[in-house]
Design a protein around this ligand. Sequence first.
Ligand code: URP
Ligand code: ZN
Ligand code: ZN
Length: 501
Amino acid sequence: MSNREKIVIRGGKVVNEDFSERADVYVEDGIIRAVGLDLEVPAGTREIDARGKLVLPGGIDTHTHMELQFMGTVTVDDFKTGTEAAVAGGTTMILDFVIPQKGASLLEAYEKWRNTADPKVCCDYSLHVAVTWWDDRVKKEMETLVQEKGVNSFKMFMAYKDVFMLRDQELYAVFSHCKEIGAIAQVHAENGDLIAEGAKRMLSLGITGPEGHELCRPEDVEAEATQRAITIAHSVNCPLYVVHVMSKSAAKVVANARRNGRVVFGEPIAAGLGTDGTHYWNKDWAHAAGFVMGPPLRPDPSTPDYLMDLLANDDLTVTGTDNCTFSVCQKALGKDDFTRIPNGVNGVEDRMSVIWEKGVHSGKMDENRFVAVTSSNAAKIFNLFPQKGRIAMGSDADLVIWDPNATRMISVKTHHQAVDYNIFEGMVCHGVPLVTISGGRVVYEGGRVLAEPGTGRFIPRKPYAEFVYKRIHQREQVGKPSAVVRKPYDGEVISLASNGS
Ligand code: URP
Ligand code: ZN
Ligand code: ZN
């Protein structure tokens, strides 16, 4: 059982997104009370030696689906195993998605997610809500969610035709409303119509295996939708967050838009940064199916490095995992038809190590950028900063003691997730969490998860995150189109025939 105790972490290198310093960190009642050299602490305080190690803000996973009912089954990792795995990997907060069925109440779905998650979570969490249909009731419920329920982000699907997909006109309406209520619009950017046609074509060609999943939705399908979402969001001055950016083409679209001044953020995920879509062509069906997710991993093997480069230089901003795990027997629902393979992969446990290995150990980014893309930027975008994402007096005591030199091999044999395979199987990563502290409790230490289900909290988020909305507000003030003042035209006007032709 992990208790909330007085803790001092001694002698580590404290890493924030903007600088690193050698300092002790003192924690009491779940809050960081002091950061400094040779801190004096009350008698009875637990001392943790962090000499030679880094002390990082706990990771924030911006994108998970625990216990999600999807494609006829339910993800095998629930809020308990999912958050146990999170803390074992150095992540101390997840943002999960409420996904109501078309026609269903957003508020009822939100309450269902809260009731499911609250008793099980081993670390703090918050909720995005998906808008899967549109009318005045949805509009009103979005307002209630923002004003009373701590939600400031809404995800819209441009894929999953007839299930979750919204059309452009609906996207326009939802983005406009997000802007009005101070929320951030998130999109799953893939052209659902093209996917539906592509899937029919692959099946008609006799391609029923997992490779069909990528072949029916190539990079263009993702890039086109990404550009379309950015165009629609910009037309209503709404900030946009593109979830799971999986391809070089889509990443370039996001990068270009940012360079053209659009308020858009791109989220690559651990899977896309750590592995690739060549696995869909593996001869072992179960192996190949294990990587099926939407948008798919890309067969171009230079994709992970490319996404990491863009993440390092701020073309992409923040990382999640889209952790949405189905065991092999669940994936087998699609053994004869790739369109029936439940979409989703693991990542919540391994994100921090994969990004350290491929990002920091490789020399693409430094430790401070690592903190930015695994924690601080998420806290800023979703209005949690500096409560989360920072090691400073007054911030939540969500911390990881990180050994940058140790290595671990990722394996289903040792992971804490319920899923029965791991897409990163065999990958050796530098960067190992030694101790994870969540809300002032030691929740992971010595390779053991100590967290108690239900000790994590739901963290409400306010609208109008400054990091996102300062520019939006200013543009609203100065960017309003205005009519040209001119003398009325008083010349001749032709007459139209009465039938208008
Ligand atoms: O394959 C995926 N991504 N599964 C989860 C649902 C989603 O689109 O995020
Ligand atoms: Zn999605
Ligand atoms: Zn997702």
